[in-house]
Design a protein around this ligand. Structure first.
Ligand code: HEM
Length: 302
């Protein structure tokens, strides 16, 4: 997603889309799942209970870095450098085109592509940045929603088989990507609005995910809701090619947390970072309660 400048055909289809979907297919992600689960269990085992802990810097970010290294078949020895470069590549997200962060991001992306190119994964740089930088933000947004709805946290704990559907609902309710951009190739009328050829059009994903015609009582978080049709990862032929990796990763990381702690509440002020098209908690202080000795329970039914 970040800095996606790859070749597209006449119809706007991404030339490498099939290769990416193949590289991050369900079968491939399943082969990484045991390792993802073990590192998630390890990470939540080390989270303190009863005192505020930032779930972004202490869990989501380090865990997603491990998943990015795994998914792009990269040498883990480079993790600090890869983490720094992906943070630079991502830092320009939502920034104006003339921001100095843009040139730093372009240089970091190029260096990342040089390092990751050895792994033979198609579009390894956006895949790495999407996993190491965007995924932690998606997790933080979803976990904040769970912290604000303790009954939903408890329901997920009692019914771990709900996790795949819950991940769709958390994306619907709290997806970090608010809108995506399109340009009208020809003049058209949309909902009685005339859009001249060449005009930029913002597709409001977050608003669509709160459409009461599609999602009754849309402002209510409900982990039992069938949120199919939610568009947090885009839609149609340009929908996120990393969707399978994102969905399975989000389920593994969320389950490890919910299975480990009976309850959790906000442990301080949430620091938001938002731009015109994105919004996410940059810091998510949580107080975790009721540490359990048991761990992961859901992975089998993903
Ligand atoms: C949580 C992390 C991520 C989020 C929230 C996200 C979100 C999105 C969204 C909303 C789009 C649609 C953009 C549009 O329609 O203009 C998109 C497209 C895309 N994403 Fe992701 N993405 C994430 C991670 C990833 C990862 C890890 C990969 C690679 C494995 C990836 C690869 C792509 C590609 C290749 C496209 C362009 C698809 C096309 O135009 O055919 N994304 N992503």
């Amino acid at each position: 997603m970040a800095g996606l400048t790859e070749e597209r055909d006449e119809s706007g289809k991404l030339n490498a889309r099939g290769e990416i979907q193949e590289a991050f297919s369900f079968l491939n992600v399943r082969t990484w799942q045991e390792t993802m689960e073990a590192s998630a269990r390890h990470a939540v085992d080390h989270l303190p209970a009863g005192v505020p802990v930032d779930l972004v810097s202490q869990y989501a970010q380090p865990w997603c870095l491990e998943v990015a290294i795994l998914a792009t078949r990269t040498d883990a020895g480079d993790r600090d450098r890869l983490s720094q470069l992906s943070a630079q590549a991502f830092a320009a997200t939502g920034e104006p085109d003339d921001s100095p962060l843009q040139s730093e991001a372009t240089a970091a992306s190029a260096e990342l592509q040089r390092i990751l190119g050895k792994g033979g994964v198609p579009m390894a740089e956006p895949a790495f940045v999407g996993t190491a930088q965007t995924l932690p933000r998606l997790l933080a947004s979803g976990w904040l929603a769970l912290l604000e709805h303790p009954a939903e946290w408890a329901r997920l704990r009692a019914h771990p088989e709900l996790m795949p559907g819950a991940i769709e609902e958390l994306q619907r309710y709290a997806g970090p990507v608010r809108s995506v951009v399109r340009r009208a190739r020809a003049s058209l009328d949309l909902g009685g609005v005339r859009i001249p050829a060449g005009d930029r059009v913002l597709l409001m994903l977050a608003a669509a995910n709160r459409d009461p015609a599609q999602f009754p009582d849309p402002d209510r978080l409900d982990v039992t809701r069938r949120a199919t049709g939610q568009v947090a990862l885009g839609m149609g032929r340009n929908s996120c090619a990393g969707g399978t990796l994102i969905r399975i990763s989000a389920a593994v990381a969320t389950d490890a947390l919910v299975a480990k702690f009976r309850a959790a509440e906000l442990g301080g002020a949430v620091e938001w970072r938002s731009g015109s098209r994105f919004a996410w908690p940059a810091v998510l202080p949580a107080t975790l309660r009721g540490r359990c000795s048991s761990g992961l329970v859901i992975a089998q039914n993903l």
